[in-house]
Design a protein around this ligand. Structure first.
Ligand SMILES: [Cu+2]
Length: 170
């Protein structure tokens, strides 16, 4: 083998490795997402997780109104309970129904103030245009300072929120 041939071989082996490395990296990060790290960051630890149709324990209807109120002013759930929220926007402007712990809701609200046009599709939130209906299924976790809130700028401040009391049963 000439020196040139050895050089060529080295170059192509290095090239092959650098092609394969990013693939290995992608596989690893897909795997991480599978374990729900992303969701916990969005909703705050312990707020719960999206529920599935077959886990629904209770269905609750809620309406949203332009006086910055939901038809509910509070809700009691059991830790681990799955609720199907059937939500209707009765107003003439968009409203939102977001579930989270108080701290992550406030962080999210501040982010929306800076980027009011941001449209976020999140597991723990639904935004409804006037007259629209939507569903959100949520399995509550163990955290106790859970709220439902509308994070459209100004709405939370005007009182568009209610507390969810999570009961721990033994
Ligand atoms: Cu609102």
């Amino acid at each position: 083998m000439t020196i040139d041939k050895v050089k060529n071989l080295v170059v192509s082996v290095v090239g092959l490795i650098s092609l394969l490395l990013p693939l290995a990296g992608n596989t690893a990060s897909t795997h991480n997402h599978h374990h729900g790290h992303k969701m916990e960051h969005n909703t705050g630890q312990g707020a719960g997780k999206p529920g599935t149709q077959q886990d629904v324990d209770r269905t609750i209807s809620v309406t949203m109104h332009d006086n910055m109120r939901y038809s509910l002013d509070g809700l009691r759930v059991k830790a681990g309970e799955t609720i199907r929220f059937m939500i209707t926007n009765k107003g003439k402007i968009p409203h939102e129904f977001t579930i989270g712990d108080r701290k992550s809701l406030l962080q999210h609200r501040d982010m929306m103030r800076k980027m009011p046009d941001m449209h976020h599709e999140k597991d723990n939130a639904i935004t409804l245009n006037p007259g629209k209906f939507g569903e959100l299924i949520w399995t509550f976790g163990h955290a106790s300072d859970i709220q439902v809130a509308c994070l459209i700028p100004g709405h939370y401040e005007a009182g568009m929120k209610f507390a969810v009391q999570v009961q721990h049963l033994k």
